[in-house]
Design a protein around this ligand. Structure first.
Ligand SMILES: Cc1ncc(COP(=O)(O)O)c(C=O)c1O
Length: 381
């Protein structure tokens, strides 16, 4: 009750990260590490709210990145092992990251050939491979989609490059909740690239393995990973993002209006396009804590942006919604805070963490000056 009263004082919109829920996921990650011998590096592209890294650090081995800025953040704020991957490095980028990363992973053989001399002796060298198979429900997020630019396909490998390499990274899953499907992918990877693996020290199997999903058979996954690592005599890595922060965070919003045009729409003080972009990008409706499957009162959960189709979901409730009422949009941590934008100038959600003891701590808040500064810092003279 005390916490409820505290959170009611917070101005919406805001993200509320729940430390207890985060630790629940992290304990599963810890178990997976112990059982499998795999190392886990947090994918910063999914979640990089460094205000809670102190909670995550004791459980994971480090971070992986998609750009030099993420490498810097991982190195500065997380520590442990820093993996530096980018789809395309400039020479300046390589100079920027090479002294602060442990592994530098190129996306193509051309980049490896061009820049390996800058990395040798400083960081472990890696290359992304593309097995041509994957588990991803949406083509947009499918690394094995037609004409994919992500990693080197088996047919295009020049075996000579393996003399330069310590390891490879293969990312081929997106929200894969089925351990058996993952094991079949592992077999394909072994068949395609196994002879090369035997020359390497490490293999990263990327992200997208949803081992914190309720009912996921962590033991089976662990056994398979341990066997794979032993067969190829490599240190295995996974790069979880979503699995670490799934179901830890609500986006808390207020109903500011209710309009009616055949169906009732509740206008919320947030927008998917600005604050929960993947809802729109992947057409995946959000879920509202307060809703009820058989509720009598149905509303579109409408955004306050000008985009006509911008809505969180359609939800039903046992009682009518009221203006001023707060709603909690669940599972709002992954690929949200890293994608916040100022479209329509909508107030960006503050970010809070509810600690294990119930206290709520502010991690970030945004103001008009932040909005203004991202647009220009200087006028033409
Ligand atoms: C190379 C790589 N590693 C890790 C991840 C993290 O994936 P997830 O958040 O689904 O675990 C991604 C996601 O796109 C990725 O591209």
């Amino acid at each position: 009750m005390r916490n409820e009263m505290k959170s009611l004082q917070l101005k919406t919109p805001y993200f509320l990260i729940d430390e207890n829920k985060l630790i629940k996921n992290l304990e599963i990650a810890k178990k997976l590490k112990e059982l499998s011998g795999v190392k886990l590096v947090l994918a910063l592209k999914c979640f990089s709210t460094w205000g809670v890294f102190d909670i995550i650090k004791p459980y994971l081995d480090g971070t992986t990145s998609s750009s030099p800025f993420e490498v810097k953040l991982g190195h500065e704020m997380f520590g442990g092992e820093t993996h530096a991957y980018s789809v395309g490095y400039s020479e300046d980028d390589v100079h920027e990251v090479v002294d602060i990363c442990d592994k530098l992973i190129f996306n193509s053989q051309s980049q490896l050939i061009a820049y390996h001399h800058l990395v040798e002796g400083k960081a472990s060298l890696g290359l992304r491979l593309n097995p041509g198979v994957s588990y991803a429900k949406q083509d947009l997020a499918n690394p094995a989609r037609q004409f994919s630019r992500l990693g080197v396909h088996a047919d295009n490998i020049d075996p000579k490059v393996f003399a330069l390499l310590d390891g490879v990274m293969i990312h081929m899953n997106c929200e894969n909740k089925d351990v058996d499907v993952f094991l079949r992918l592992l077999d394909t990877v072994s068949d395609k690239f196994g002879t090369y693996f035997n020359q390497l020290k490490w293999v990263s199997l990327g992200g997208g393995v949803f081992f914190t999903w309720p009912g996921y058979d962590v033991q089976k996954l662990a056994r398979a990973l341990r066997a794979f690592g032993a067969r190829h005599t490599v240190q295995l890595y996974l790069e979880p993002g979503e699995a670490i922060i799934t179901n830890t965070t609500d986006l808390v919003v207020t109903v500011v209006d209710i309009v009616e045009n055949e169906i009732k729409t509740a206008i919320l003080d947030s927008a998917t396009e600005a604050h929960r972009l993947d809802t729109l990008l992947y057409n995946e409706p959000a879920s509202i804590v307060e809703s009820s499957n058989n509720g009598e009162y149905t509303y579109v959960m409408g955004s306050c942006s000008c985009l006509a189709g911008d809505q969180f979901c359609v939800a039903s409730f046992d009682t009518q919604l009221n203006i001023g009422q707060r709603l909690h949009i669940t599972d709002s941590a992954g690929y949200t805070m890293v994608k916040l934008n100022w479209f329509n100038g909508i107030r960006m959600p503050s970010i809070y963490c509810q600690r294990e003891n119930g206290n709520i701590q502010l991690l970030n808040s945004f103001h008009y000056q932040d909005f203004k500064r991202t647009l220009s810092q200087w006028s033409v003279s």
